[in-house]
Design a protein around this ligand. Structure first.
Ligand code: G6P
Length: 366
């Protein structure tokens, strides 16, 4: 009802603005990391595993992709991320020492549940879910669970569930690192501090809404959009493109920026907005030369750049300035403007934002 919505026009907008609260709640009891965060059998499971296999669908799959960058870099444990509906039907090589991680907002997605059962049937017994619903089938079926505390998510396009999943997955990366002896106490304390500061940092990103609305007004007339990112922000570009197509019905695709020259550059004209996730990280120089490739073809760049970066607005280059670079957790900040851009573009196009055509909140049939 309108009363639940408070000052917001749609549940999706409300849920985007609830993210500081949702992340704060998800971290409520987290002082340090360790296997016990994931359940009573955590210590047994974490002691025994040598790799991670992540299974999920949709936005949850992109959370998984982001975490691969974290887990491999911080814990040095190999990670495979698979779309559940593919994994369940292909012949793969089972490894009993793999930790199988399902990610699901609802905990009821049919393909993700079937992929989990497929893994179990092949002898993979170490299972963990990152899930938003404590009473779900997924939580029942997995040995371990980390519950995100996003609260009920009503908008079909997932927002607060995604960022809280990322928080759970970052805790998983830290825990794996700790159990492998790769997380010095000082670094653990630093990372926990950064996690706990996220609600404040996200608040600063939410304050960019008016600038994002002005971009959304330009996007109304577009039929295609390209999203670019690199490294751990490539999955954020994927999520940005998914959000835009789901609710605004603008065709959108995402590319890792270094791959531009192998195809999508052929699509770039002065009609093509190219949304670029441009954090102030080690890949920024590389990304800037990719942006140059777009500019040389007349493409219109819409760039989310961190404070302090040397990216400037100029003809054909529109810049929104994010807060300072947020290190490993930067993807959690950079996805927020993607959500807002999709949301306001959809509003400007007059679509049914909370219930986009042909889509369901929870896909419980194959
Ligand atoms: C549907 C929803 C998406 C969600 C996906 C996976 O497609 O519209 O928002 O990401 O299912 O759902 P799950 O509940 O497993 O995370």
């Amino acid at each position: 009802t309108a009363a639940d919505l408070g000052p917001y026009r749609h549940y999706m907008q409300k849920e985007i603005f609830e993210q500081p609260r949702a992340i704060g709640d998800t971290l409520l009891d987290v002082e340090t990391v360790g296997p016990e965060l994931f359940g009573a059998e955590g210590a047994d499971v974490f002691g025994d595993i040598d790799s991670v296999l992540i299974l999920a669908c949709g936005t949850s799959y992109y959370a998984g992709l982001t975490s691969k960058y974290w887990i491999e870099a911080i814990a040095q444990v190999p990670v495979a991320v698979e779309i559940a509906s593919e994994y369940r039907y292909r012949t793969s090589v089972p490894n009993p020492r793999t930790l199988v991680v399902t990610i699901s907002q609802s905990g009821e997605t049919a393909d993700t549940l079937a992929a989990l059962k497929h893994a179990q049937k092949q002898g993979m017994k170490q299972t963990l879910t990152i899930c938003n619903v404590a009473t779900s089938a997924m939580v029942r079926e997995c040995k371990l669970a980390f519950l995100t505390r996003a609260g009920v998510e009503i908008g079909v396009a997932s927002t607060k569930a995604f960022t809280t999943q990322l928080v759970g997955l970052f805790l998983l990366a830290m825990t794996l690192a700790k159990t492998k002896g790769r997380l010095p106490e000082e670094q653990e304390a630093d990372l926990i501090r950064s996690l706990r500061h996220l609600p404040v940092a996200i608040q600063a990103v939410l304050a960019l809404e008016p600038q994002i609305i002005s971009w959304a007004e330009e996007f109304v007339r577009k039929e295609d959009a390209l999203f670019l990112g690199r490294g751990m922000h490539y999955p954020i570009a994927l999520e940005g493109a998914l959000k835009l197509k789901e609710i605004s019905y603008i065709h959108a695709e995402a590319y890792p920026a270094g791959e531009l020259k192998h195809g999508p550059l052929a699509l770039v004209t002065d009609q093509m907005p190219v949304i670029t996730v441009a954090p102030q990280d080690a890949l920024l120089k590389k990304l800037q030369s990719n942006m140059q490739e777009v500019r040389a073809r007349g493409g219109q760049l819409y760039v989310f750049a961190d404070a302090g970066s040397n990216i400037r607005s100029e003809p054909g280059v529109h810049v929104i300035r994010m807060p300072e670079h947020y290190g490993w957790l930067s993807p959690i900040l950079h996805v927020v403007p993607m959500q807002l851009l999709a949301y306001h573009t959809a509003c400007a196009r007059g679509t049914d934002v909370d219930k986009p055509r042909n889509l369901a909140k929870s896909v419980t049939v194959e």
